[in-house]
Design a protein around this ligand. Structure first.
Ligand SMILES: Cc1cc2nc3c(=O)[nH]c(=O)nc-3n(C[C@H](O)[C@H](O)[C@H](O)COP(=O)(O)OP(=O)(O)OC[C@H]3O[C@@H](n4cnc5c(N)ncnc54)[C@H](O)[C@@H]3O)c2cc1C
Length: 382
């Protein structure tokens, strides 16, 4: 392992690797090290549902995720790896007038941003998914350009791309301390040695508060277990990812045929526990059969869990930390950091390389919590 680097990134999930890739490829920074305490894909980046969508309720998210969907679509060609990208759209269901109104307002905003999102009556939703039960559904919202992918090739693609441009990616290397000198970071201490550096990026996902604490910075985000499962493979029949905002249910069919999905489980306490539970299976089965009764005889083959990285206002924490030079944050991505990484990686790389700070990064800065200028986002799943 190197003993000196221009940039050290803590966390080899999709966020850390995307930043490293963009730093090396687009900003010529070759002396970059990515450190991960485990194997690639061990964090949320290897455990998620692979949903990428531009349907959001805030303009920042709509515009950024639209770009991210495009990067995801082109990823296979750029990185020469199969991503199982499937653009079948996202179909949101509302079971109350209040949720329907929220979808309607979001669809209007999305149309203003150039998205082809449209509101659907329950019967029109059945034209998109004929197997859907629309009992209790008040309205639906559909954007045919949203997509699902297989997450792992994105992590591998970024890692290989970064390595090809000179980045060192060190797995099974835990960051145990971060040294500072005169108000700026000066070294990263790991269980395999120390790397001297003036720039450290905290991309440790749901564990980012622990990494921030190493330099005395308190973050307001926390880990929260979310479970997910996958069925036996079926013939292709389900076009969009279906999401029900009333109970956090989502399910989609992967290119390989499995039905992959999850549901909210409000009884899960905060913490980094990643065990699977029977309660999840029971909640998921009930919600899934309510939405799509035909799936009653389908077998679940695998269930697993990962960590959402929850912030108080459902928006990320990115950029510099006031009072500590050289320490950057790229965390707090809730349950949608996978789809954010392609575009945020690019933007973070530009900022780290000395470029101007984008306006959205000012809004998403850590200082908003102390200032009480919290944001909102209403289209969170799960
Ligand atoms: C069940 C589930 C479903 C989801 N579905 C979606 C979805 O459909 N679409 C979507 O966009 N997002 C989804 N997400 C969210 C998405 O997976 C995450 O937001 C995203 O992967 C976060 O990426 P990351 O790189 O920030 O974090 P991670 O992938 O968690 O990577 C952080 C890395 O930091 C490492 N690390 C931590 N501490 C240290 C340390 N001290 N030293 C060294 N390394 C350290 C960890 O080992 C880890 O590999 C889902 C998440 C879950 C759990």
């Amino acid at each position: 392992m190197k003993t000196e680097a221009d940039v050290v990134i803590v966390g080899g999930g999709i966020m850390g690797l995307a930043i490293a890739y963009d730093l090396a490829k687009h900003h010529g920074q070759r002396n970059v090290v990515v450190l991960d305490q485990s194997y690639l894909c061990s964090g949320a980046s290897g455990r998620n549902g692979g949903g990428v969508r531009a349907q959001w309720s805030s303009e920042d998210n709509v515009r950024l995720m639209r770009e991210s969907v495009q990067i995801c679509r082109d990823f296979a060609r750029e990185h020469r790896i199969n991503t199982w990208f499937r653009q079948g759209g996202y179909l949101f269901l509302a079971r109350s007038d209040e949720k329907a109104k929220g979808l309607e307002e979001s669809a209007k905003l999305q149309n203003e941003c150039g998205l082809p999102t449209r509101m659907l009556t329950p019967s029109a939703a059945r034209q998109v998914v004929p197997e859907l039960s629309t009992e209790g559904v008040v309205a639906a919202c559909y954007n045919p350009d949203d997509a699902v992918v297989f997450p792992w090739p994105f992590v591998w693609g970024y890692a290989e791309g970064a390595r090809a441009h000179g980045v060192e990616v060190e797995t099974f290397t835990t960051v145990t301390a971060i040294e500072t000198t005169g108000g700026r970071v000066s070294a990263v201490v790991t269980d395999k040695g120390t790397i001297r550096t003036n720039i450290v990026v905290n991309a440790a996902g749901a564990l980012s508060p622990e990494v921030a604490r190493l330099v005395g910075v308190e973050l307001p985000n926390h880990p929260h277990r979310h479970e997910i499962c996958s069925s036996e493979p079926l013939k292709p029949w389900l076009e969009p990812l279906v999401a029900d905002l009333s109970n956090g249910l989502y399910f989609s069919q992967s290119t390989r045929g499995e039905i992959v999905g999850g549901v909210s489980n409000h009884k899960v306490p905060s913490g980094a526990d990643q065990r699977s539970s029977y309660r999840f299976l029971s909640l998921y089965s009930r919600a899934l059969l309510q939405a799509c009764p035909i799936l009653g005889s389908v077998k679940i083959l695998r269930q697993w869990a990962g960590l959402y990285d929850i912030t108080p206002d459902s928006n990320p924490i990115v950029g510099k930390v006031d009072g500590l030079n050289g320490f950057f944050l790229s965390c707090g991505f809730m349950g949608h950091g996978f789809m954010m990484a392609p575009v945020i990686g690019k933007m973070m790389a530009k900022v780290i390389a000395g470029g101007p700070v984008p306006e959205v990064f000012e809004r998403w800065n850590l200082r908003r919590f102390a200032q009480g200028s919290l944001l909102s986002e209403g289209m969170i799943i799960g």
